[in-house]
Ligand binder design. Structure first.
Ligand code: ATR
Length: 280
């Protein structure tokens, strides 16, 4: 029961949102930090999205997270956007201050921040998929000094378009695209493999074929969470290091919370957020 009248609100706007773990994660962290705030989720129709966003600053809300299907619309509604949101072309975090609406995107940086430190020294990546999540991942890899990035997708033209968009903006990394079938030939030692497609979400299907041996020093970051995908299980069986999408979920949540509360990312209890999901 909420009995206090001095709580600031933070919102999740998406459709559907009923199964989202964000309220669990965010309210656990907000409670730990003893902030007078509450994180609430609202299922919003695309036609109502802009009106809802414009009403929130008037209600005194601190900000909002935006998820499927509103991330691109959110980018358009914002008065100002961060450089990283501009690169990705989508917004997952809205900040309301002085009546203005600012947009940021913490998906890529949050994912990177929550990966184990040994992954941060890798310089070569193979990204599977070319949708919105892949765009955030590739922009983040370029930002973090990766020398070589290969994007593999079912529709190769979409991978090419993603690379052209990002290449035009910045960076000196060598970027190339290919088919999903070419995965084994791109899997060299010391490669970060990032799985961004929806394949495996239902526990079945693997977007790529794996070799019989997992090469030395390779790491799989599977962005699907909540279940072990066939790709994730197979890499672990081969003795490979891997993490699932819990890292991105918690990493982006922690960075967004730091922005709303005006705190340093290091102050946000990331481990507690992970634990909250694992308990569930
Ligand atoms: P998101 O924003 O979550 O990344 P998206 O933009 O819809 O979602 O992208 C989904 C990704 O999963 C795409 O790379 C898509 O490949 P296509 O560009 O060829 O559509 C990939 N994907 C979805 N279903 C797939 C399947 N059955 N086999 C292979 N790739 C699939």
């Amino acid at each position: 029961m909420i009995e206090r009248a001095d709580l600031k609100t933070i919102w999740l706007l998406g459709r559907p949102v009923e199964h989202s773990l964000s309220p669990l994660i965010q309210n656990r962290a907000i409670g730990h930090l003893k902030e007078r705030a509450i994180y609430l989720a609202a299922s919003v129709e695309p036609d109502d999205f802009e009106q809802v966003v414009r009403a929130l600053p008037a209600l005194g809300a601190l900000g909002a997270n935006v998820t499927v299907p509103h991330k691109i619309r959110a980018f358009e509604v914002c008065e100002t956007t961060s450089e990283r949101a501009q690169r990705i072309g989508a917004v997952n975090t809205l900040l309301f201050s002085d009546g203005s609406i600012r947009g940021d995107n913490t998906d890529g940086a949050g994912w990177w921040w929550s990966l184990p430190k040994e992954v941060h020294s890798l310089r070569r990546a193979v990204v599977i998929g070319a949708g919105g999540a892949a765009r955030a991942v590739v922009a983040t890899l370029i930002d973090n000094g990766f020398d070589e990035i290969v994007v593999l997708n079912r529709t190769v033209e979409r991978a090419e378009r993603l690379l052209t968009d990002l290449e035009a903006g910045f960076g000196t990394a060598s970027l190339s695209s290919g088919t999903l079938a070419s995965f084994p030939e791109h899997l060299e030692t010391h490669t970060l493999v990032v799985q961004t497609t929806s394949v495996g979400l239902d526990g079945r299907g693997c977007p790529v074929d794996l070799p019989t041996q997992w090469p030395e020093g390779c790491y799989l970051s599977e962005l699907i969470y909540g279940r072990s995908t066939p790709l994730f299980s197979r890499v672990r069986e081969l003795g490979g290091e891997a993490s699932d999408g819990l890292e991105m979920l918690c990493g982006q949540a922690a960075l967004s919370l730091a922005l709303w509360l005006g705190r340093e990312p290091a102050e946000i209890p990331l481990e507690l957020m992970r634990q909250a999901v694992q308990e569930r």
